[in-house]
Design a protein around this ligand. Sequence first.
Ligand SMILES: NC(=O)c1ccc[n+]([C@@H]2O[C@H](COP(=O)([O-])OP(=O)(O)OC[C@H]3O[C@@H](n4cnc5c(N)ncnc54)[C@H](OP(=O)(O)O)[C@@H]3O)[C@@H](O)[C@H]2O)c1
Length: 354
Amino acid sequence: MSALIYGAYGYTGTLIARAAAEQGLQPVLAGRDADRLSDLGSTLELPTRRASLSEPEELRAALDDASVVLHCAGPFVHTAAPMVAACLETGTHYLDLTGEVDVFRRLADRDADAEAAGCMLLPGIGFDVVPSDCLAQFVAQKTPDANTLEVALYADGTVSRGTLKTLIEQMGRGGVVRREGRLHDVPPGWTSRNVDFGDRRRGVISIPEGSVVTSGVSTEVPNVTAYIAVPLLVQSLLRSSRHVRGLLAWPPLKRLLKRLVEQRPAGPTAEERRQGRTVVWASARGPGGRSTTARLHGPEAYTFTARAAVEALQRVLNETVPSGYQTPATAFGADFALAVDGTSRHIVEGPPGA
Ligand SMILES: NC(=O)c1ccc[n+]([C@@H]2O[C@H](COP(=O)([O-])OP(=O)(O)OC[C@H]3O[C@@H](n4cnc5c(N)ncnc54)[C@H](OP(=O)(O)O)[C@@H]3O)[C@@H](O)[C@H]2O)c1
């Protein structure tokens, strides 16, 4: 049984490859640039394999003896499809780091193909969506007949170039909520509220976060909204962006912004990762006012991502995993998030004995 990390020399791929090596895994490092792979391979003393996503035969050959691939090369809206196609042909389990709602939706549509191929499709095995998906399932299971679920994320620290490029790619997309069991596109910053993150209440605004899609599989709650904590100015900008969505989706503007992003550091420094922290809040409500609210406190988002991804790789290598489209919670259970070192869960409000 062997693992392959694709996009290994990117910022997050490198964090994961290093964490995997520290845990004693021997993943093959893969990507499209032989020189950068060779540098990383020598540093971590791990084998490397060059393969391009646009060369299906080369990609299939790279996956041939891998039982699982961890795909770290985003934006996944451009890169997930060829990797998923290769995994379905080679029967390789697929994990990725996407947070893009449209990628979750497309992969969910491949459920039957993955079942037939005997492999698991598990997108979102990073900070997006492990804590939100696992906490959503946790509060939903504690609230019989829950009909409304809200999830909110708080993360301090900076984001990587790759994350910024992925966000730019989604500009103009608008929001998504689940209503009566169906996904609905809504304007950007559609709704807002305040949430108690433990240290203080913060204003949060709705975003198209992946758990709006994954909760349709991980829970049976028909109405789901996801939020993120951002300053009031950012909330206003997000709301105003609904008037210029056409401009934001304009490809030349996206190209320009991506060029500007190239001037930024690759991602948070080691010190920023050490100091940063995350809080995810989720609340499920049922008839008669029954509700369960809980928080998950965890390490900085990229540290969380690396630890969660390595934990998932270890489980796929050592355990029997379900085939078909899965979410972190359906593949590994609501407690999976607690396996991420430095993470704790607290029930804020719940039924007696919760
Ligand atoms: N779920 C989460 O919480 C979470 C956390 C961290 C990151 N992410 C996501 O993970 C992705 C990577 O982030 P990052 O910070 O590692 O970015 P990064 O440092 O820019 O690395 C991106 C990697 O993807 C490769 N890549 C991009 N397009 C490719 C293509 N068409 N074919 C082959 N390789 C390609 C790049 O290779 P080249 O240099 O050769 O182009 C590079 O190795 C982003 O989409 C980000 O949003 C998600």
